[in-house]
Design a protein around this ligand. Structure first.
Ligand SMILES: Nc1nc2c(ncn2[C@@H]2O[C@H](COP(=O)(O)OP(=O)(O)O)[C@@H](O)[C@H]2O)c(=O)[nH]1
Ligand SMILES: [Mg+2]
Length: 389
């Protein structure tokens, strides 16, 4: 890895054995065979392109609390265990990405002339921190234009870097706006299993309920009984109404269609549709998601009003491949990036913004319903490079 080499060079220590380069896609990892009933293969509407290497996110490093996460009662005087506020939480989560960047910047740029070699090292550092080749190139070009040949300190580099990164992120930092007049505004939520779809739906429900909206949710991941139950528990916690299938394996499209009619009749403002994410059977998943969309459009061609792709930040560059794959399946209109509180490879958000320009509506910073925040370009950029607010 470039960063390790760089670190070795700077500290005089032998470089660690190369792990894997940050640039190429991770190898394909086949998920374990699924116990799901075999579905008859349905020909996709377009010929599937060459398979992309996609893997489902790794299990969390620490075992997750319980399923779904139990609210742990806190003694009244207990000191807060986690940094308070969005910025603190995000910063703690981004610590790994931040450490990578700041160590390298500190080593390379302390009172150093910003010449070709320094810029090349900066570019490698950014790629190693998951920002992607394209964004790294763009940032370095910005440095070359404005600061080439100057002697710079690491603090100057950090704040300039934060500005360049914020410029890439600002256009995509867009909240998800619910139009009440649509009653219901339909949001389809898609993504690979384990990325945080169901939890994100709960978080959205919590937010919209707090804004006084009437929220309905559809348990469209119908094959997994646990997934349906998980959404039902979130419904109880957030006060949102849950539409669940009568039996496991029920047709997700039919369920969503009925839920839409009922939600409209009940005067719901928002309908959040959960979906399956079994990417190891890509053509079956594509068919299922497209059918949900097609059937909803029979009611109203503008539905779904939003299609959110949920990405797990800890998967790093794999998130980029996931966007490509899901864009083939459905018309993705925006992203939610989860698990930025964990050992996140937060730099990938910059790669996503640069490559796709899709709105990043919100970020997940924990497992509770309250752990979602709007995406703020400047805050994110500054915490990524290790600057205080
Ligand atoms: N730390 C952390 N965990 C999360 C976040 N979002 C989801 N999770 C956890 O990730 C796991 C998978 O989430 P789930 O919503 O079931 O994913 P789905 O399969 O896409 O529906 C669960 O253990 C969640 O509690 C987040 O923002 N931060
Ligand atoms: Mg789920």
């Amino acid at each position: 890895m470039a960063l390790r080499d760089l670190w070795g060079k700077l500290t005089g220590k032998a470089p660690a054995p190369p792990e894997q380069s940050g640039v190429p896609m991770p190898p394909v990892e086949m998920p374990p065979p699924s116990p799901e009933p075999v579905q008859p293969p349905t020909p996709p509407e377009t010929p599937p392109p060459a398979p992309e290497p996609i893997r489902e996110p790794p299990p969390p490093e620490a075992p997750p609390p319980s399923f779904p996460p139990a609210e742990i009662p806190q003694p009244i005087e207990a000191p807060p265990a986690q940094p308070q506020g969005f910025f603190g939480r995000l910063k703690a989560g981004l610590a790994r990405s931040t450490a990578k960047l700041t160590d390298a910047i500190g080593g390379v740029f302390t009172k150093r002339k910003l010449d070709d070699a320094a810029l090349e090292e900066l570019e490698e550092t950014l790629i190693g921190a998951d920002l992607g080749v394209s964004a790294a190139g763009r940032i370095v070009e910005g440095f070359r234009r404005t600061r080439f040949g100057r002697e710079v300190t690491d603090e100057e580099v950090k704040s300039a870097l934060a500005e360049e990164i914020a410029a890439i992120l600002a256009p995509v930092a867009q909240p998800l706006v619910i139009a009440r007049a649509r009653a219901p505004h339909v949001v389809l939520v898609v993504g690979v299993n384990g990325t945080g779809k169901t939890t994100t739906i709960a978080k959205l429900a919590e937010q919209y309920r707090a804004e006084g909206l009437k929220v309905w949710m559809v348990a469209g991941d119908t094959f997994r009984a646990a997934a349906v139950e998980q959404l039902q528990i979130w419904g109880e916690r957030t006060g949102a109404h849950v539409v669940a299938p009568a039996k496991p394996g029920a047709d997700a499209a039919g369920l969503a269609f009925d839920a839409l009619r009922d939600a409209r009749a009940a005067g719901a403002d928002v309908l959040l549709v959960d979906t399956a994410g079994r990417l190891h059977n890509k053509s079956a998943l594509m068919e299922e998601l497209r059918k949900v969309v097609r059937v909803l459009k029979r009611d109203d061609a503008t539905i779904p009003h939003d299609t959110l792709l949920v990405l797990d930040a800890t998967t790093g560059q794999n998130a980029v491949s996931q966007v490509r794959v899901f864009k083939e399946m459905v018309d993705v209109t925006g992203l939610v990036v989860t698990k930025l509180d964990g050992s996140a490879k937060g730099g990938v958000v910059v790669a996503l913004a640069q490559e796709f320009g899709l709105p990043v509506h919100a970020v997940g910073v924990g497992e509770k319903a309250a752990d979602m925040r709007p995406f703020e370009a400047r805050d994110f950029a500054r915490s990524l490079v290790g600057l205080d607010d």
